[in-house]
Design a binder for this molecule. Structure first.
Ligand SMILES: N[C@@H](CCC(=O)N[C@@H](CS)C(=O)NCC(=O)O)C(=O)O
Length: 231
């Protein structure tokens, strides 16, 4: 059964990114919609009525509200029929997915919003955690003996990991260079045709650390949860 799928989010490159990658990989049709366009109201008015008061949220058939980006990932895997049925492998994949998702804070808000000295301090403070978690992910990937964390084809856990590793390059492009197996993993994800074409056309995040902005359909916007005019 084909569902109407609308992924509701804001102007930032953060938790909607892994769902978008998985939608493109599985070739499932969906629509990206900004919160203010979907609801016709400011986020402050919408927030109290969202099941867990945060986005992204996937609206299914204009009826079912799926919050929590990891629940959205699992849902897409199930829709595409690529869910991992072996209980052990499924648990291992979830451990990878959760461990990568823990990179969200403070990596994603820092890259999308922090400026000047605050950016520099946040980057410095998160470095030990980033290094330690990248080391763990590199080890897990090496010991899998597969192209990706679980199989030779990617699953939800791979796209979640990819997003955070990829975002780290905007924080500091030198971090990932210390982890050759993770760099190879990034290259393997990027070389998937549908992913490559999505990455080439997605909004570009610019001026990180200075005054972050997104270029959406050729127009430049400040990042954030509010509707703004292009700059
Ligand atoms: N655990 C949630 C976290 C969602 C989250 O932190 N969303 C942020 C944007 S990335 C948000 O809604 N911020 C606006 C707010 O909290 O009012 C998930 O994985 O979806």
């Amino acid at each position: 059964m084909k569902h109407k799928l609308e992924l509701i989010y804001f102007k930032m490159r953060a938790l909607a990114e892994a769902p978008r990658l998985l939608f493109h990989y599985t070739n499932i049709e969906y629509e990206d919609v900004m919160s203010w366009d979907y609801y016709g109201k400011d986020w402050s008015e919408v927030k109290p009525n969202i099941p867990f008061k945060q986005l992204p949220m996937l609206m299914v058939d204009r009826k079912h509200e799926i919050c929590q980006s990891m629940a959205i990932m699992t849902f897409i895997e199930n829709l595409a029929g690529i869910n991992i049925t072996d209980p052990i492998l499924n648990a291992k994949a979830n451990a990878i997915m959760q461990s990568s998702q823990e990179l969200f804070m403070p990596l994603n808000p820092t890259v999308n919003f922090a400026t000047g000295d605050k950016f520099i301090k946040k980057k410095h403070d998160m470095m030990p955690f980033l290094m330690s978690r990248f080391e763990d992910l590199e080890k897990a990937l090496k010991s899998s003996n597969k192209k990706f964390f679980i199989f030779d084809e990617p699953r939800a856990c791979d796209f979640v990991t990819f997003h955070h590793l990829d975002l780290s390059k905007l924080l500091d492009p030198t971090i990932i260079k210390k982890f050759p197996r993770l760099e190879k993993f990034i290259d393997d994800i990027i070389s998937i045709k549908s992913i490559e074409s999505y990455l080439n056309k997605r909004p570009k995040l610019i001026d990180v650390g200075k005054e972050p902005k997104l270029i959406i359909n050729g127009e430049i916007y400040t990042t954030g949860t509010k509707k703004t005019k292009p700059i």
